[in-house]
Design a protein around this ligand. Structure first.
Ligand code: ADP
Ligand code: MG
Length: 339
């Protein structure tokens, strides 16, 4: 065996980056989350070649002050929490301070940012963790990240990417979840010069569902609403006849965060038990607001998992309110009868 020694910083950063950034869609997720945390009201995402050669995320949020730009790219650098205690009540999507350092370790990143107070904008280029350029530049308020040639310096990672079309599909999924979970923000998504998605940011989830999933689903929506002391639930579930053979139509958000949860999947299944056949999954788009003290969002680097302190309460609330909504409906699909 070789001698035990500490890895150098570059290698440490590269290994860490692998946990957060798996593919272009992970870059888009992290950058859009940052835009949302920066209180943007409009976010544009553009990709080329499925995001492998180019990802551009532009927001009109608060921007990064010039003297903090370089710090933002350091590992564990964040403006969102200060202590372990803050983790208990964190309401921002980010808090681990890992995205920018991870992305810049494995791609060529160019940032242009300006705060409302800043005299001018700042341009910062960082390639594979190495600073290339830092200067003033004219820019509108807000932030643009350009991420070029993802994994250019880690060929082993690049090998695991799928075709550009498949990668673009993953990015689109992220955009759909972002749009559904933040109807108050206007999102635009462009893939290889084609407009793929636009949402108005008018706060109406139903409009977004119509735009993304089409008329049949939009016409089969049943509103769900419930509230307890700790949890408030709202959104839409689909009438059983628009169920499908996989879970791609099930999205739910906790405090504005798209997550996956076995508990919630089970609750949905339980609620629909007598309404759908087995192996059929309903359309679901639900937003849960839960007191942050009852959640642990710091389970995994990608923040896609959550632990609930009041799991039973959430399970029961979901089952009861979805069933109630289904039972109130006339569930016979509308059939056009021609005479
Ligand atoms: P985290 O989101 O966990 O704090 P990141 O590495 O994603 O960590 O970002 C580091 C910091 O950079 C953020 O805490 C925030 O202060 C700043 N930042 C990143 N993106 C933006 C943005 N689009 N607008 C304003 N500030 C940003
Ligand atoms: Mg972040």
């Amino acid at each position: 065996m070789a001698k035990i020694q500490l890895l150098d910083q570059k290698t440490i950063d590269n290994i860490a980056a692998g946990e957060v950034i798996e593919r272009p869609a992970s870059v888009v997720k992290e950058l859009v989350e940052n835009a949302i945390d920066a209180s943007a009201s409009a976010v544009t995402v553009e990709i080329k070649d499925g995001g492998m050669t180019l990802i551009r995320v532009t927001d009109n949020g608060c921007g990064i002050p010039k003297d903090q730009v370089k710090t933002a790219f350091l590992r564990h650098a964040t403006s969102k929490i200060q202590s372990v205690e803050d983790l208990m009540t964190v309401s921002s999507l980010g808090f681990r301070g890992e995205a920018l350092s991870s992305i810049s370790a494995v791609a060529q990143v160019e940032l242009v940012t300006k705060t409302a107070e800043g005299f001018s904008g700042v341009s910062y280029k960082i390639y594979g963790g190495q600073e290339e350029d830092f200067c003033d530049i004219g820019a509108p308020d807000g932030t643009t990240f350009l991420v070029k040639n993802l994994f250019y310096n880690t060929p082993a990672r690049r090998k695991f990417l799928k075709s550009p079309a498949a990668e673009a599909g993953y990015v689109e999924q992220i955009m759909v979840h972002m749009a559904l979970s933040h109807p108050e923000i206007s999102f635009k998504f462009i893939s290889s010069n084609k407009n793929k998605m636009y949402t108005a940011g008018n706060g109406k989830v139903k409009d977004i569902i119509y735009h993304i999933y089409g008329r049949e689903i939009a016409r089969a929506l049943i509103p769900v609403e419930a509230e307890t002391e700790n949890v408030s639930l709202r959104g839409f579930v689909g009438k059983p006849h628009v169920s499908r053979g996989n879970r791609n139509y099930e999205s739910y958000f906790i405090n504005g965060r798209y997550i996956k949860s076995a508990l919630i999947y089970r609750a949905i299944e339980e609620a629909y038990k007598t309404f759908t056949m087995t192996h059929k999954y309903p359309f679901v788009c639900l937003e849960l607001s839960i007191r942050p003290e009852l959640l642990d969002v710091n389970v995994h680097p990608t923040k896609m998992e959550i632990r609930f302190e009041n799991g039973n309460e959430i399970f029961d609330l979901l089952v009861e309110s979805i069933r109630k909504a289904l039972l109130q409906q006339d569930l016979i699909p509308e059939v056009q009868v021609s005479k």
